[in-house]
Design a protein around this ligand. Structure first.
Ligand SMILES: Cc1cc2nc3c(=O)[nH]c(=O)nc-3n(C[C@H](O)[C@H](O)[C@H](O)COP(=O)(O)O)c2cc1C
Length: 197
């Protein structure tokens, strides 16, 4: 059975275009195989502050130095969240564009799970290596306006390039994307177009 982890980052729920398109995508893949889906709704999820202790724990992990008790406690929470994150074969992300980038809840989640020794590693010989290998990702984007080729606004899109870079950095090689753009201007057409792209 294929394990799917769906990470949802729009708070608009049934008014969200990225969620609507993702639900249609999930219906399709449900019909085509034996899958188990777990959903993380980042607006109803306990994301711990990425604070001094957590940061120091991260730097201790990078440098191999000893962490203090509060830093170890913060790191334990990181590991708990990472363990849930790494336990899937296929990842689905629904991602709204907020101020040309991604919602802060998703960035917060990315900051927590993107850790040395967990999702990536570094050695002087090999440089950076992503550790989330042998997995695939599907990302469904929504944006109010359009930033595709020929719009003249391609460089404003820091949403898809960022998510693609992040997934590649942590080891994903198979990344599929769907875009529901111009949702503020063509809401229905936008959703219909997305899965055909
Ligand atoms: C805080 C915020 C910032 C936004 N910034 C942008 C933006 O920079 N560019 C854009 O085209 N649309 C922007 N929008 C519009 C959303 O991208 C659009 O409504 C999209 O459909 C949101 O995804 P959702 O429908 O899945 O929630 C913004 C919306 C919000 C709430």
């Amino acid at each position: 059975m294929k394990k799917i982890l769906y990470i949802e980052s729009s708070p608009r729920k049934d008014r969200s275009h990225s969620i609507n398109v993702t639900n249609k995508y999930i219906e399709k893949i449900k019909a085509s195989g034996d899958i188990e889906i777990k959903k993380i709704d980042l607006w109803n999820y306990d994301l711990p502050e990425f604070d001094g202790d957590m940061l120091n724990a991260k730097y201790a992990a990078i440098s191999g130095s000893e962490a203090s008790a509060p830093e170890n406690n913060a790191w334990a929470k990181v590991i708990e969240i990472f363990n849930e994150f790494q336990d899937a074969d296929h990842y689905i992300f629904s991602v709204p564009m907020w101020n040309f980038s991604i919602p802060y809840k998703l960035k917060h989640y990315i900051d927590i799970v993107t850790q040395p020794g967990l999702s990536w590693s570094y050695s002087p010989e090999d440089g950076y290596s992503g550790l989330m290998t042998g997995k695939e990702a599907t990302v469904i984007y929504a944006s109010g306006d359009g930033y595709g080729e020929g719009t003249g606004f391609e460089s404003y899109d820091l949403q898809k390039p960022y998510v693609t870079l992040w997934l590649t950095f942590i080891g994903f090689e198979k990344i599929e994307s769907f875009i529901a753009d111009r949702t503020l201007f063509e809401p229905e057409e936008s959703e219909a177009r997305a899965l055909k792209s």
